[in-house]
Design a protein around this ligand. Structure first.
Ligand code: NAP
Length: 342
């Protein structure tokens, strides 16, 4: 069989600090569009790839995380939506659309097929399966309902609120009958939160010299639920503003992820005085709820009760800049790369 061009984004080597485009490089290889017999593998054409902050964690040489580091010299791995073009696996047929972990390349040979999900909802845009209907959306769902234990009428604060996870957390909280405030890093994002995503209030944390005072302004009565996507000084300020029996879901620490010395948290004493529950969240612990999540979110979406904002980047070549952009807030909504049309 003839070989086909296969452009790839290669992870060069382990890094420290904030990721840079030069930590990755575009290479052009060749691939045969076939699968070795008896391998159980599938060969896919990648359509959409997902940019996610956790990928920074895979760029350091650390083997004790829930996911191993990237392999220097190999294509970056991440969530994607792909089409099966050859299969040696009875569970997948040529033409199937799937979502799950794939490579940052035009075509990928996937050996570990257990975690792949066949896409049934062909009436929803395919790219949504790496965002609203994929891992980030599911994180919002599991984090809000399972970790935050919400009650109607409660006061909810969400950081990185216009991003992939935050935008859905805020909307689910509103639908639950909560009062919701989000923080984000630009005026454009603040406007989106207030005017498109239905948050009650929003503020630009980069314009606030005192985060404690900002939270006191937006929550004079205190916060019942803080959905933390950023960690660091915002978490410290939120601790000072929690109400008695408040809950904090620790979902992400993007402000700390690239620091060699993480900043300390000073206000943990509030956990005692306010009897706060603070809990770490990993979406993969809740995967048994994935079908319920899809059913609810698709139904809300089709009824026009939630909206979804994507930051679409065109072509595999755009992938390094799109990934790096997450760490300076360049993405407005869920960061996605369109590699190919079906
Ligand atoms: N625990 C889990 O299972 C799980 C699963 C998915 C995601 N997460 C975590 O959830 C968080 C949000 O993920 P996402 O996919 O929704 O990303 P995202 O919000 O779509 O993109 C990241 C955003 O973080 C903000 N940011 C970047 N650097 C920052 C800094 N130094 N301080 C404060 N904010 C900063 C930027 O928004 P602004 O312009 O608003 O600053 C940026 O747009 C991340 O921490 C991620 O690691 C956790």
């Amino acid at each position: 069989m003839e070989e086909t061009r296969n452009k790839q984004i290669i992870f060069k080597d382990f890094i420290s600090g904030i990721p840079k485009e030069t930590d990755m490089e575009l290479k052009e290889g060749k691939i045969k569009l076939e699968v070795p017999r008896g391998s159980g593998a599938i060969l896919v054409k990648n359509l959409f790839l997902s940019c996610d902050p956790y990928m920074r964690g895979r760029m350091r040489e650390y083997y004790e995380s829930y996911i191993p580091p990237f392999v220097p010299g190999s294509a970056i791995e991440g969530f994607g939506v792909s089409k099966v073009v050859a299969s040696d696996n009875p569970n997948f047929e040529v033409g199937d659309l799937i979502s799950g972990i794939t490579g940052w390349e035009e075509y990928s040979l996937i050996q570990r097929t257990q975690q792949l999900r066949k896409i049934q909802q062909v009436d929803m845009p395919l790219s949504y399966h790496v965002g609203l209907l994929g891992m980030p959306g599911f994180t919002a769902y599991a984090g809000f309902y399972e970790v935050c234990s919400p009650k109607k009428g409660e006061y909810v604060f969400v950081s990185a609120a216009s991003g992939a996870v935050g935008q859905l957390v805020g909307q689910l909280a509103k639908l639950y009958g909560c009062y919701v405030v989000g923080s984000a890093g630009t005026k454009q994002k603040v406007d989106l939160l207030k005017n498109k995503l239905g948050f009650d209030e929003a503020f630009n944390y980069k314009e606030e010299s005192n985060l404690d005072a900002a939270l006191k302004r937006y929550f004079p009565q205190g916060i019942d639920i803080y959905f933390d996507n950023v960690g660091g000084p915002m978490l410290d300020a939120a601790l000072l503003n929690m109400r008695i029996h408040g809950r904090i879901a620790i979902c992400g620490m993007i402000s700390q992820q690239s620091l060699s010395e993480p900043e300390g948290i000073h206000n943990l004493y509030m956990l005692i005085t306010k009897r706060i529950t603070m809990k770490g969240l990993l979406q993969s612990d809740y995967l048994h709820l994935f079908p319920n999540f899809l059913e609810l979110v698709i139904s809300y979406y089709k009824q026009g009760k939630i909206v979804y904002i994507e930051d679409m980047n065109e072509g595999l070549e755009s992938a390094p800049a799109a990934l790096v952009g997450l760490f300076s807030g360049k993405n407005v909504g869920k960061g996605v790369i369109r590699v190919a049309n079906e």
